[in-house]
Write a protein that binds this ligand. Structure first.
Ligand code: 5CA
Length: 437
């Protein structure tokens, strides 16, 4: 992509409406624009990141046998009356009336919709287990939408739903999602800590929030030091095997948010206790038969008797993650994208657009990178070098290749690693070899 043609309206000054760094940087880098409170348009640069995150989430869901589908954003109110959540949901639900005066709503989540679909189709225990998910926009009319995409009103969520024959099978599904979450967040360059969360009407220990630590996090979290340093997401673990021991090794260690915190347990931890602020990027729940009862998701068991499906649901805040990753990875100059979600891998800066030698050197390496399948953004604008450097640091691509008259004369390029700040002058071939390695 050529920056001279790319729609990336960057902003020099800090926007006054943004209170936290990720919101500031997303606006400044031209990733998003606000439409109304808590509702955003995703401009090309931001959309590329959103899609990369979505793809990683998708791959890890597929890897545990969840199947992707797509449910609508608009749902009929009757669906929610059936589960008795229509009134209970309160003002956070955006209620809509269609031309025939039918009550509709913009879905804040999809338990009702998926259970109705499943109930209609499932007949026998052979139809179980079943795990389905979609990645779809949600609407919650939050009292205080803030921090940009971190607490939006319209936001993108991955929500998965599991249907099982009994509690043990439901726990296996829960455990698979638990491990898929650790892997997903690790691939996104994040250390997400599973924390005990409110399990709602069912009780038990099967509800976890996945939290990343950041100064601007909305909740106060406390946990054992080991959980922060742990690299569990990269553990080589077969999700077909018994996951319980692996999961217990986590949940045996203290970790809790807000009102789940336990002063006694924290005192006992002594120096091993870490208290910090955190961002909830995912939340998994087991809720038994709450919805399957309401929608009669009943199958014939192996002995012919009726069995009501055991369910769980599993959410990831896909759009929130864009802000969350920036909170976890930036410096004074701008964003520092982990390679897996970067909008482009390489930013190629032509320091003197219009100079034949510079133009040619840039075009050569631009073509070579593209031929090698590497996503590259070429700054071919007729602009000052300082402005080009500043924009490239702001948008945070993992690698920068800088080409100016001096370098061309010397037969080298400057290769800079955005995260480490290291620069080296090497031949274009050597740079290509490093970038394609
Ligand atoms: N039905 C369940 C699981 S599918 C559910 O809705 N869970 S949730 O309410 O915890 O949401 C799942 C994830 O969506 C959260 O962990 C959070 O990362 C994200 N999320 C929730 N509300 C917002 C919001 N207002 N803005 C951005 N992301 C949000």
């Amino acid at each position: 992509m050529r920056l001279s043609r790319f729609f990336m309206p960057t902003i020099k000054e800090n926007p006054s409406e943004a209170q936290i760094v990720s919101h500031r940087l997303m606006l400044r880098a031209g990733m998003i624009r606000q439409s109304s409170a808590g509702i955003y348009s995703w401009l090309p640069l931001g959309f590329r990141v959103l899609q990369k995150i979505e793809q990683i989430v998708r791959q890890e869901q597929d890897a545990i046998g969840a199947q992707e589908m797509l449910m609508p954003t608009i749902q009929p109110a009757d669906l929610w009356r059936q589960s008795e959540r229509y009134d209970a949901y309160g003002p956070e639900m955006l209620r809509i009336t269609d031309r025939h005066d039918r009550d509709m709503l913009y879905g804040p989540t999809n338990e009702e919709q998926i259970t109705e679909i499943f109930a209609d189709a499932a007949k026998s225990y052979r139809d179980l287990p079943r795990m389905l998910y979609h990645i779809q926009w949600k609407f919650r009319d939050e009292v205080r939408p803030r921090f940009g995409v971190m607490r939006g009103r319209e936001f993108l969520m991955k929500d998965a739903y599991s249907f099982d024959l009994d509690f043990d099978a439901a726990r296996r599904s829960y455990n698979k999602q638990f491990v898929a979450y650790l892997k997903t967040f690790a691939r996104l360059g994040l250390t997400a800590i599973p924390m005990k969360a409110d399990s709602g009407p069912i009780g038990g220990d099967m509800s976890h929030e996945f939290v990343i630590l950041a100064e601007t996090g909305e909740s106060e979290v406390a946990c054992h030091r080991d959980l922060i340093a742990a690299d569990w997401g990269n553990a080589d673990i077969n999700t077909e095997g018994d996951l319980q021991p692996f999961i217990d090794s986590f949940t045996d260690k203290y970790a809790a948010t807000d009102d789940k915190r336990d002063p006694e347990a924290e005192k006992a931890l002594g120096d091993d206790l870490v208290v910090a602020r955190g961002i909830e990027v995912g939340h998994i729940f087991y809720f038994g038969t709450k919805y399957s009862k309401a929608f009669k998701a009943v199958v014939a068991g192996p002995d012919g008797s009726d069995v009501t499906a055991e369910m769980g649901s599993y959410g990831i805040g896909v759009s929130r993650l864009v802000g969350g990753i920036i909170e976890a990875s930036h410096d004074d100059a701008g964003i520092i994208w982990p390679e897996a979600v970067a909008p482009f891998k390489v930013g190629l800066i032509n320091l003197k657009t219009g100079d034949d030698a510079c133009d040619k050197a840039c075009e050569d390496i631009y073509r070579q990178l593209q031929d090698a399948g590497i996503e590259v953004l070429l700054d071919d604008r007729d602009a000052r070098a300082g402005a080009k450097f500043a924009d490239m640091d702001l948008i945070g691509l993992p690698w920068q290749v800088v080409i100016g008259p001096k370098a061309v004369a010397a037969g080298v390029v400057e290769l800079k690693n955005r995260a480490r700040g290291e620069r080296q002058e090497i031949s274009a071939d050597a740079a290509m070899a490093l970038l394609t390695a």
